[in-house]
Design a protein around this ligand. Structure first.
Ligand SMILES: [Zn+2]
Length: 304
């Protein structure tokens, strides 16, 4: 079991703790609980799903990286089929605060990267900030997604974000979590680039093809490889209000962190993006990755 779970696990009721411990101890535990695992935990703890998610929040919050704020936020995204996806806030030493990740973004992005189709709700240990309320409004569940907070009655996003502005105001049809394949291919490699068959590059390409950029069409993906060989890929998630957009690097870092990886262990990274797009992720990606100690960073472009 990852050491970060030991303290919060010890605070759970004995029945729930006994059922959850072996799930967390699985080497393959990746921050997600399947619908069948959720049912088993509800039975073991004699809890309904709302109360189970609240009970699990300290474990999600234990995944936070908060060297600046020292304020750990945990979130659990709840899929339409019953899967639960952990998320936590992330701050990066030496990197501007605009590059941080909020817990709700982390949990939602995590669910998206595992190909969840739709979210029913999200459970968070603090009330969502305005940035996250706007980020959630990009989802294909719209303002109907339920928000669950400790000590409060569940309420829809429309309660927390009245008179919302979102993708529908801009006549956008494809929403966040809708399944897409943009069908891009890689342009020809340069002499000092990665081999087209490199799995790092292939995973970044796949992520770009599933990215959400209906406002700029600047689709992009990032793949990161750790010293132990594991690869984590992230997709760009654009937002109707622009600023809550989640860059592809942060998307990949969320998956890396929630899987128990260390952001300071990244050995190789690649960004793939459209060349003829109105914006580029390259400078921001390089800047944050260099602050994390990664010196081997590649860029490849997309066509098609
Ligand atoms: Zn937030």
């Amino acid at each position: 079991m990852h050491a970060r779970f030991e303290s919060p696990l010890a605070t759970l009721e004995p029945g729930l703790r006994a059922a959850l411990a072996p799930m967390l101890a699985e080497p393959a535990f990746n921050g997600m609980l399947s619908a069948s695992q959720v049912k088993a935990l509800m039975n073991a703890g004699n809890l309904n799903e709302d109360d189970l998610c609240l009970a699990l929040l300290p474990l999600a919050a234990a995944c936070a990286l908060a060297p600046v704020s020292h304020f750990s936020v945990g979130a659990i995204a709840r899929g339409i089929g019953g899967n639960l996806y952990f998320g936590a806030n992330m701050e990066f030493p030496g990197v501007p605060l605009s590059q941080t990740v909020h817990a709700e973004q982390s949990a939602i992005n995590h669910a998206w990267l595992r190909d969840e189709q739709r979210l029913r709700g999200i459970t968070v240990n603090y009330t969502p900030c305005g940035h996250c309320r706007q980020f959630m409004n990009e989802l294909n569940s719209g303002v109907d997604i339920m928000i669950h907070l400790p000590g409060r009655a569940p309420a829809t996003l429309s309660h927390y974000l009245p008179d919302a502005f979102g993708p529908r105001d801009l006549s956008i049809q494809s929403l966040l979590l809708d399944k897409v394949d943009h069908g891009y291919r890689l342009t020809a490699a340069t002499a000092n680039g990665l081999s087209t068959n490199d799995p790092l590059l292939q995973q970044a390409l796949q992520a770009a093809n599933q990215s959400h950029a209906p406002y700029s069409q600047a689709h992009s993906g990032v793949a990161l490889q750790l010293a132990d060989g594991r690869i984590f890929a992230g997709r760009y998630a654009e937002n109707a209000a622009f600023n809550p957009s989640l860059p592809p690097l942060q998307s990949a870092l969320i998956l890396l962190n929630i899987n128990g990886g260390n952001c300071l262990d990244i050995r190789r990274a690649v960004l793939v993006e459209r060349d003829a797009a109105p914006l580029s992720q390259w400078d921001a990606t390089c800047s944050t990755l260099r602050a994390l100690g990664c010196g081997e960073i590649y860029r490849r472009t997309l066509e098609g």
